[in-house]
Design a protein around this ligand. Sequence first.
Ligand code: SAM
Length: 373
Amino acid sequence: MSDAEFLFVVCQRGAESALKRELACTWPQFRLAFSRPGFVTFKLPVDHGLSPDFALRSVFARSYGFSMGRCTGSYAELMADQLWQQAGRRAGQQAWDHLHVWQRDTAVPGDRDFEPGISTLARQIGRIVAERRPPSVAPQRVFPVNLVARPGQHILDCVLVEPGQWWIGSHQASDMPSRWPGGTPKIDMPDDAVSRAYLKMTEALLWSRLPVAAGDRCVELGSSPGGSCQALLDRGLIVTGIDPADMSPVVLQHPNFTHIKARGADLKRREFSRVKWLVADANVAPNHTLDTVEHIVTHRQVDIQGILMTLKLIDWHLADRIPEYLQRVRRWGYPLVRARQLAFNRQEFTVVALRRRPRPSRRFATKRRLTST
Ligand SMILES: C[S@@+](CC[C@H](N)C(=O)[O-])C[C@H]1O[C@@H](n2cnc3c(N)ncnc32)[C@H](O)[C@@H]1O
């Protein structure tokens, strides 16, 4: 039997090429092994020395871990038994704290009503796998399935890649996405949400841990129709939306919301003098968004503390320029910059940038959180 070790990486359907090119730069020793839309594995070098909670530092990896290979078959119960044989062998002395079971994306988020998360099938299979666990490797009376793990917990991953083909893996929870099943937070979209940007903004706040507080002033460039403003208003922020297009009446009637019907570049920069957070979600090329944001945040009367920016990959090849985009943001005086293609992003990714480190709190203590990507 080969002793080779493999890494599995789950990404947005269609983002595989960008992911492979990204990892070829950061981890040239990894060798591509298996690839399906939204799911890729890599063979690791023999002496990789990676810890179970290592940081992949990838924009496009939604979730990743060490692969233990696949289980195949026609009956979930028999496949669950195979899974535990493989997982038991690998666990050695260590017991599993958690089981995360999810399905490879069936569509691009937002297409054909698809949104990432735990599907009914994944929920059913999770139940079957948990019921058939051997007590020696998962001794808990109630075995946690698809819950948010705590940092340090050992997670058994099961990705439903094809019907009758599950890929098994493991990782140790560390930063926020590594604690969510499949790297996707569970977000309930309110009935009155006016766009799926509500999901995107909620995930962006959870992932970035931007220290926003009720009463803070925030501006969004590219705010129409207003889902993302709603998520910010729900947190008690005072929000100004800047967009030449109309806002939804649901958002307009909120007492803490103001609409300025204009393009970002048309505004006087002193309009931003009391603003703490800048959000940008304009459907234009990355350099256009960066030009507009740069013009605002580098003005001497403006003191924006943090930026949350969606950059649209109008062509997937723009992904190769991400390091250059992030370097540009750092040069504005924001040394803490990270980027991630969020589960609820489409062909785009999100950047968070902070002027200074937030005051330490236990919430911010996880190992990988403030490393730059
Ligand atoms: C993806 S939509 C924004 C969705 C919005 N964030 C939400 O929560 O519903 C992109 C928006 O960017 C706006 N836009 C494009 N260029 C802009 C600019 N230079 N300044 C402000 N808004 C712009 C468009 O009018 C469009 O409404």
